[in-house]
Design a protein around this ligand. Structure first.
Ligand code: HEC
Ligand code: HEC
Ligand code: HEC
Ligand code: HEC
Ligand code: HEC
Length: 468
């Protein structure tokens, strides 16, 4: 379904600019083959390459009649607001303005797949989109996937919405023996229950230069979780408590219940798809989902303080080590949008009189992070080498630091111990997370900007006697 098409390349100023016209022009700063599918830069597909009418899809609330549980869980999740999410909307509009309609359609291939295959994106203005486009990653996206095309594509791996959507009477699900019902038939798609299914959208590859911008699936694939057969679904389609058990035992937790108003007990899967987005509620989704995201973040990591052995300080300086351990995430910490998500350690050493002897990882007055020693995430650079948070401009990472699944990463800190310090000393370390730096949110959202909440994922502290 995806083919390489030679495109006319004009030498540009560095930034990727796409112009929609009869012939496609891609300015990339060099000669390149740009892989295009039936719907442009996205790899989303339909069986015949044609556009099904919007009426062929049901919106998620239609399924609620017989599947009230799944609907109640999904509603308010980031999937349910993947098109309307206020932060995404502003970001996507910026992409549309700066990089063009084709890039916007590429974004929408994952954020509103039904919008793209029905052709309403990019053809219709935002206020005239059919409900199914606004429904984002709804029931009739995931359960109308008949095929994964990950291995046929230009990169030989899933990503950029490598899915075939086949809207119609057949809903693809995990079972091969469902009860008859007036709404639809059921067909088993075993791929749905695998990480590879999620990878179709959770791998974001720059559609022109091939840079792997988000690659949660690759991080998972090389981990002990993959080795033990633990899929994304085993943590993200389970409660936080169940997911914590899965991470500890490396065994799936099986839950049973009914899957529709009619029918007996089967294995069930929670449809909340909670990750780390604690702003779900504010961005158009549910406060429940925000609360669950806080819990999930707090279950993901541990902090370790390694101190001098006898817990006594004798010399003129103290050195200690702070280490972050990824205990609960089936991928790196942080994952996916590492150029936006920020995770860092705030370390403080205070003496008995309350004097701060050393501090690292504090924010300045404007909420900026000032190059802490233990900072995780990444920065993207554009063709001129300048740092950018616009993924469409990215050609590489300037740096990237993450904690691998079940792995550790740390730093050694030193404190000078001058005269007049009162014993005991206390050392405090806090592992912090926020979904984006405030200046980026401001730049993208203007007056609608929210203040990113700082979540404390883990803490560690110790007291040390100072013996001189
Ligand atoms: C291959 C699928 C895919 C494509 C293409 C894609 N995204 Fe996303 N996007 C995702 C996924 C998956 C997430 C969730 C990752 C996470 O939350 O960690 C996401 C999250 C985001 C977020 C964060 C939203 C929030 O509330 O924190 C923004 C902003 C965003 N995308 C913008 C864009 C823009 C702009 C484009 C096009 C230039 C784009 N995306 C293209 C899959 C995609
Ligand atoms: C009139 C009631 C009704 C409506 C409306 C309905 N379903 Fe179902 N659905 C059922 C029943 C009944 C089952 C089977 C229950 C069983 O066998 O335990 C089922 C099973 C399923 C399955 C499992 C299929 C499999 O083979 O594994 C999926 C997926 C599904 N429905 C999705 C949807 C989606 C998506 C919608 C909305 C577009 C929807 N359903 C609307 C009644 C309905
Ligand atoms: C062992 C349990 C586990 C498995 C398996 C797992 N995750 Fe996660 N995931 C977590 C935890 C815990 C978090 C919260 C910490 C964080 O944000 O990374 C998380 C966070 C996320 C986030 C939000 C990241 C952010 O900061 O915006 C996304 C997206 C995600 N996971 C996708 C996936 C995908 C896709 C897979 C399969 C390839 C997967 N996860 C497998 C436990 C898991
Ligand atoms: C992001 C993709 C996604 C969305 C959106 C989604 N599902 Fe699912 N659904 C799945 C996956 C994956 C499974 C199988 C989980 C497994 O095998 O571990 C599943 C399982 C099911 C099942 C059988 C198991 C169960 O827990 O009931 C039904 C029925 C179902 N979904 C209906 C729905 C309905 C109705 C909606 C909308 C309210 C919906 N799904 C939205 C991915 C999705
Ligand atoms: C059709 C594309 C698509 C598929 C398939 C898909 N996702 Fe997503 N997912 C997205 C997008 C887009 C977002 C981000 C929405 C936003 O932030 O606005 C997202 C968000 C998420 C989040 C929330 C991240 C956060 O920051 O809190 C989790 C968790 C998640 N997905 C897990 C999964 C899992 C597990 C699967 C497989 C069962 C899956 N997704 C399949 C597109 C998809």
């Amino acid at each position: 379904m995806t083919r390489l098409r030679r495109v006319a390349v004009a030498f540009g100023a560095g930034a990727l600019v796409l112009l929609a016209s009869a012939a496609r022009f891609v300015q990339t700063g060099g000669d390149e083959d740009v892989p295009l599918g039936d719907f442009g830069l996205s790899r989303i597909a339909t069986p015949d390459g044609l556009r099904p009418p919007a009426d062929d899809f049901f919106v998620s609330s239609d399924c609620a009649l017989c599947h009230p549980r799944q609907w109640a869980e999904l509603e308010g999740s980031m999937h349910s607001v993947s098109h309307t999410d206020r932060f995404y909307r502003r970001f996507a509009e910026l992409a549309r303005k700066e990089a063009g309609e084709e890039v916007y359609t590429y974004c929408s291939g994952c954020h509103s797949p039904a919008g793209v295959v029905t052709g309403s994106i990019p053809a219709l203005p935002e206020d005239r989109l059919p409900e199914i486009a606004l429904d984002g990653v709804g029931c009739d996206v995931c359960h109308q996937v008949s095929e994964l095309t990950g291995h046929d594509g230009p990169w030989g791996e899933p990503g950029n919405a490598s899915l075939v959507l086949s809207p119609g009477r057949v809903k693809y699900g995990p079972f091969d023996d469902i009860e008859r019902n007036p709404a639809h038939e059921g067909e088993q798609n075993v791929d749905l229950s695998t990480s590879e299914f999620c990878a179709s959208c959770h791998t974001v590859i720059h559609p022109v230069n091939g840079l792997r911008i988000e690659h949660t699936y690759d991080e998972w694939r090389g981990s002990i979780y993959a080795e033990k057969g633990i899929q994304c679904q085993d943590c993200h389609m389970r409660s936080v408590e169940d997911a914590v058990r899965v991470a500890e035992t490396l065994e799936p937790v099986v839950r049973r219940g009914t899957i529709a108003r009619k029918g007996g007990e089967r294995e069930i899967a929670l449809h909340t798809f909670v990750g780390g987005n604690v702003h779900a509620g504010e961005l158009g989704g549910g406060e429940r989902h925000s609360r669950a995201a806080r819990e999930r973040l707090r279950s993901a990591a541990r902090l370790h303080l390694e101190l001098p052995e006898n817990l006594e300080v004798t010399g003129s300086s103290l050195s200690f080590e702070v280490t972050v351990e990824n205990v609960g995430a089936g991928h790196a910490l942080p994952t996916s949008l590492t150029e936006l998500r920020q995770m860092w350690v705030h370390v403080r050493v205070v003496d008995a009189a309350g004097t701060v002897l050393m501090q690292d990882g504090a924010l300045d007055d404007r909420g900026h992070l000032t190059a802490p020693a233990l900072r995780f995430g990444s920065e993207l650079v554009d063709a001129s080498g300048a740092v950018t948070h616009r993924p469409w401009e990215a050609v590489d990472f300037a740096w990237k630091r993450t904690v691998p699944p079940k792995g550790r990463d740390g730093e050694t800190f030193e404190v000078e111990l001058g005269p007049g310090i009162e014993s005991p000393l206390s050392i405090e370390a806090r592992l912090l997370y926020r979904i984006a730096p405030p200046h980026v949110v401001k730049e993208v959202m203007g007056p609608e900007a929210f203040t990113p909440e700082i979540v404390e994922m883990a803490t560690a502290s110790a007291e040390l006697d100072l013996i001189r």
